[in-house]
Design a protein around this ligand. Structure first.
Ligand code: NAD
Length: 265
């Protein structure tokens, strides 16, 4: 794969760099820019990648540029590197910045892939949505997919508006499951289990259920019904969830999330 540079080397960049190195990329082929000397030393010590404080020099050394700064820093970074990206692929991980904005700042011919990763990418278990603008060729799309797959699962959407839905499912999704786990743990503590036991049972149950759902040939409804014997204990819990409108609550929360993403775009 071509040389890759990361403009901004914070949490998200480091999770992708870690994934790339684990999946066999050569450290010499990766560049990361950071403004402080401490940060550059840490990056070199932890990952062995090339570092610089000069965004333009990093861009000039690479064919794939990953913009991993906070959304509010994007305009400045794009303006700085725009003259140097001819024929290169720019991948943006910034939440909510549209291809239209990026094309305005980088030039209308820029090949751009937007991605929406999530925090489990820090441990190689991310779920990421990808969208490519019309200037991006097949090889560039394949390269973007390979890079993001180093941090977990990566799927394409063919309509940029769907990135708002990706945000509502997987971008923000980890927080929904943490909330569910918090509530389950709290309920179990109220029923008498100690905090540690309650939390580890809840987490293991979530992990087991997710792995079973991934590996089983049964669909989600069938898996649920297999745990829910008529007249049994699970049925009481499921009936209680349904009577309190859990599905409607989830629907409303995800609509609010997607709506916020549209406003921020
Ligand atoms: P972060 O603050 O950890 O990292 C950003 C880094 O960019 C910092 O180290 C900062 O010093 C550096 N930086 C700022 N301006 C710079 C410049 N001009 N040149 C070079 N470096 C510069 O942030 P993060 O959590 O890694 O988020 C980065 C991007 O990833 C954001 O746009 C965010 O929307 C996106 N994202 C993050 C997550 C997540 O879970 N963390 C999930 C999805 C998307």
């Amino acid at each position: 794969m071509s040389n890759i540079c990361f403009i901004g080397a914070g949490n998200m960049a480091q999770s992708i760099i870690g994934g790339l190195l684990k999946s066999g990329s050569r450290k010499e082929s990766i560049w990361a820019t950071a403004r402080s000397e401490d940060k550059r030393t840490n990056l070199a010590d932890n990952f062995g990648v090339n570092t610089t404080d000069n965004n333009v020099a990093a861009v000039e050394a690479c064919r794939i540029i990953i913009l991993a700064v906070k959304p509010q820093m994007m305009f400045g970074v794009c303006e700085e590197i725009a003259p140097y990206i001819q024929g290169k692929l720019v991948i943006s991980v910034a939440a909510g910045i549209s291809c239209e904005s990026l094309e305005k700042w980088l030039g209308k011919n820029a090949a751009i892939v937007r991605c929406m990763p999530n925090t489990p990418s820090l441990i190689g278990q991310g779920a990421c949505g990808l969208y490519a603008n019309a200037n991006t060729n097949t090889l560039q799309k394949q390269a973007a997919q390979a890079i993001l797959e180093a941090t977990g699962k990566a799927v394409w959407v063919d309509d940029e508006a769907l990135m708002h839905t990706v945000t509502a499912v997987s971008g923000s999704g980890p927080a929904y499951f943490f909330l569910f786990l918090e509530a389950m743990t709290q309920a179990a503590v109220e029923q008498g289990l100690d905090q540690h036991t309650a939390q580890s049972l809840a987490i293991q149950t979530a992990k087991g259920a997710a792995l079973l759902a991934e590996q089983s040939d049964d669909n989600l409804e069938t898996l649920r019904k297999k745990v829910t014997s008529p007249g049994g204990t699970t049925e009481q819990a499921i009936l209680s969830f349904e009577h309190s409108g859990l599905r409607g609550t989830i629907n409303k929360a995800m609509a609010a999330c997607a709506e916020r993403s549209k406003v921020m775009a």
